[in-house]
Design a protein around this ligand. Sequence first.
Ligand code: ADA
Length: 575
Amino acid sequence: MKRLFNEHEARKVLDLNGNWQFKLDSENVGESQGWQNGLTNGETVIVPSCFNNELRLLNYEGCAWYEKKFKTNGGTLCFEFGSVMTKADVWLDGKWIGEHYGAFTQFELIVNDVSAGEHTLIVRADSRLDALSFPQRYTDWFNYGGIARDVYLNELKGISILSNHIENELSDDLKSAKVNAVIELYNANSTSTTSNVSVTVGDTVIYNEAVSLDGYEKKTIVTPNIVLDNIELWSTKSPRLYTVVAKTETDDLIDKIGFRKIEVKEGNILLNGKSIELLGVNRHEEHPDWGFAFPSKLMKKDIDLILDMGCNTVRGSHYPNSRIFVDMLDEKGILLWSEIPMWGCGFSEESLKNEELMERGFNMHKEMVKYYYNHPSIIIWGMHNEIPTYSKNSYPISEKWSKYLRENGGNRLITHASCHPMRDGDMGFDDIICINIYHGWYRYGGYDGNLKDWDKMIEQFDARRKEKGWEDKPVVMSEFGAGALAGFHSHFDTVKWSEEYQRDLIEYTLELFHKTPYMRGTYIWQFANIRTSPSTDLNRVRYFNNKGIVDEYRNPKAAYFKIRELYKRFADEEK
Ligand code: ADA
């Protein structure tokens, strides 16, 4: 996949990005008309991209077909897709080779015994949202479609490495780490094969053994624990990364890891044993000109702005972000909250009882853990956002998912973002309690609709958490904010949509949360304006969610400078 470094030196990888043939299928008739055998009268588009950024397709939701011709040496091929929005079906030379559901995680399809020469790869991307989709039809971001992240072709030879997780546990004094690898292997030969398999972390070989697999067999090996002494920790101030190289006689996989410990103690969040206040923003990986096919240069710019504002963390709302973006966070020492696209209001109480739908969500968690496991920057797994957690239907889901993430997700804090703090039934499963509320912007029942509502809420929630015995769980304000139309100013601090109103609301709330002893972090909603969907009834002004601290072209609004002042002061106070 596209990373900040090459994942392979030994393996032959072909870049399948660039020109593809493209054809719209608004009636979904392509398969019955044989488009899987080849597209006629297609037009040329660039992959990766979202089709909604093509002329005339601004609001299109539905199927679109893509075709790419490529040459290969043949043998066993592994097609690697960074993200197809939302359902993908893939054909090779007219033969269906697999499918994938879910817009924001990568997937691979392996095909054996392919002849050398030219071949045709066809992808149908279906962006429709329905009762079984994540998110559901009703959502607050634009539902872009297409092949939004990179596509690569890997030629697999002999025993190949599909994935490699490095599990690690730090000693109490944080000076050494117990490490082992969980390596997923695949034999690309049709006959039984033996190969040496080795794993190196930094300069230390932690595994080096011969392994045998039957023809086309998949096998996962868990290597014994090795203790690494004198390790350097990964932290926000000194994000030390170690290179991990897994090798067989015919293949390799390179990755980076960091050693760090995240935990909660007596209501505090501790990174490497030291209390940290999370100073963050929510960020969608979206831009009106590229949709979710977000260019790496812009990721770098977002990170520069986020650091300039004094943030030490980002919430990847509301889905797994590109791996290369997470690499950048690893490198810069910025903490990340990663979650699946289970967006609130869209999910009804009834939908939580739909087993097929919930199985999809569970699978998305498994994929998120699979691909993002090694990134040290990810300190939080978010289960879901604003679903009806007051209903008994969400309880078994949060119970199952939190258990899975705790047992399989490495050293991370588990949470969900709740907009029902006073009646949420699932907070007991969380390591940190996360609250989304917009007092001063939206009006909530039982509140007056002004800034003073915050003080009342803080008092009420304090009483609830004490009554429930949740004093040890730090509370983080995971969403709050106000809309502002860039360039709209007012002398009156009561004029909503002005830059001043947004700035003053954020100043008020940040100061208040910072001085509230049980609160240990803030994620302002949101970093940049985003496009929203005209087909939902949210009726967003300009069809944008305008709560960005920067506008959609990354120009700062007045709040930007206030946040920079406050976050820098808060960070200094922590020292
Ligand atoms: C919710 C939601 C966000 C956004 C926000 C808003 O909290 O989680 O995605 O929609 O509200 O702007 O109202």
